[in-house]
Structure formats: C-alpha cells, structure tokens
Design a protein around this ligand. Structure first.
Ligand SMILES: [Fe+2]
Length: 260
C-alpha cells in the first residue's frame, strides 16, 4: 500500500506571480499525472498544506479545477497559508474536512496502513500549533489501533530541519506531541511540508520527513546561509510487511529563467 504525498502547492489567482516560485499550476498538474501513471497506483494522495497562497475562495476554486478528475482520492490538510473556512466552503463534499470541529483532523484507514492527519495551522500564525484538544484527539486515535503502521501527516515539521528560519518559529505543543509520538511505536513516519525541500530526521523513535513543494522554488538551505534552487517533486511512502519506505520523485525541474 502506497501513500503519495504532495505539499506546498501554493495555488494562486491567475496573473499573480511570485519571484521565488514562478510556476505552480503546470508542476502540480504534472505531479498528479505522475501519480496517476504509477504502475502501482497509491491508495490515496495526501496534500500536506499550503494548498493555496492566500487562502481565498478564488484560489481554492482554481485548486479544485486542477485536481478534479485525479483517479486517486486526494485528502487536503491546511497549512499556514490556508484558511479553513474557504477550504471547507469550496470542498464541501470532502466529508473528512468536516469530521471534527474547528481544526481539520481525520484518519484514513487503508489495508494494513493508517494515516492520521493533524491540522497544525492557527489563523495567520507562521509556526505550528497543537493545543490540548488536538493532541487529545491524536492520542485517542493512536490508541484505537496500536498494531497498525501509521503515518502522521501535518504541515509544520515538529522536528528540527536545520533550516534556521523555520526552526526558529515556535511550535506550540511540540513537547506534548513528542511525548505522544514516543509512546506509540506504530508511528512509522511523520510527513510534513513547509520547508519546500526533501529532508529526513529521526525524532522520538520515528522518522520525520519533509516533502519538496510540487513547484520548483528558491528555498532556504539547511545549515547554511543563502538559497538553493529546488526542483518540484513529491514523496511516495510505501508500506510493505509493516515497514515504510519513502521515495522522492522529481516531477518539475528548476526553470532556467529563475534567478537567485
Ligand atoms: Fe509553503
């Protein structure tokens, strides 16, 4: 069973161009086409936040138009660029978005694999946020099936990434999350976005990974000042015999016109 992860789509209104991320729509379409063409089609696609640039209705409608017709179920998790109300309004038929109260919290039950999605966004806050109620829901969900390999999916990495600007952002509830993660060895991965590049780090007895953006982007380098050009891509998390293997798939190369 494979879970495909796309992240930091940053879909925006037509004509709105960002210098550090000039193209987003075509790379997203290519990422979805790549997933659809895989010989072993994933059980689902999880989008780990920053679905849109500004969280407007117009942007979510554009996102909806792009992902419509993808032959694999897509689950959307908000990031700090998203706005839950607009997301829920445009994707009102995505029942999991409405499964819990205010934050978007849901589980995906696949054969011999679970995904637990955590909403770490809170208003316009840049850093991660998990209050007692979200953490209580997580603990309860994990205790319900302790014997099934589980992937925790969220936008903000709770583990250090080496990217100073992001590591400096406070993550409310990180210590309590660490305690819960350490008490549940069935957590095979924590999959995140936010840093727009692929990296991995052991954390609390599991492996934390961050996915690249689906779009090519100029990103902050870990452990070094300055920027690097990052091609777009996605991650595949394949569970076999109870263990998860993560593979990086590059789907969009860095445009030559992009300058540092
Ligand atoms: Fe982002």
């Amino acid at each position: 069973m494979t879970v495909a992860q796309i992240s930091d789509l940053h879909v925006r209104r037509r004509g709105h161009v960002l210098h550090h991320m000039p193209h987003v729509v075509q790379p997203l379409r290519r990422a979805l086409a790549t997933i659809a063409a895989l010989p072993h089609r994933p059980g689902c696609i999880v989008a780990t936040g920053d679905l849109t640039e500004g969280g407007s209705l117009e942007e979510y409608w554009r996102l909806r138009e792009i992902i419509e017709g993808t032959p694999v179920p897509i689950y959307l998790i908000p990031g700090n660029h998203d706005r839950r109300e607009a997301l829920r309004q445009v994707f009102n038929d995505h029942a999991y978005l409405h499964a819990h109260g205010e934050p978007v919290l849901f589980t995906i039950e696949l054969p011999m694999l679970r995904v637990i999605a955590l909403d770490t966004s809170q208003g316009k806050r840049h850093g991660g946020y998990l209050d007692r109620s979200r953490l209580g829901w997580l603990d309860e969900s994990l205790n319900r099936r302790r014997d099934v390999p589980t992937i925790l999916a969220m936008h903000h990495p709770p583990f250090p990434t080496g990217v100073r600007k992001f590591d400096a952002q406070p993550f409310e509830g990180r210590d309590a999350l660490a305690t819960i993660v350490a008490a549940h060895p069935q957590i095979a991965r924590i999959i995140c976005g936010h840093v727009h590049q692929q990296l991995a780090r052991p954390w609390c007895g599991t492996l934390g990974v961050a996915a690249p953006s689906t779009a090519p982007a100029l990103v902050l380098r870990p452990h070094a000042p300055g920027l690097s050009r990052e091609p777009g891509g996605l991650l595949l998390h394949r569970c076999e015999n109870g263990a998860v293997t993560t593979t990086l798939v590059r789907t969009a190369s860095t445009p030559v016109s992009m300058s540092a």
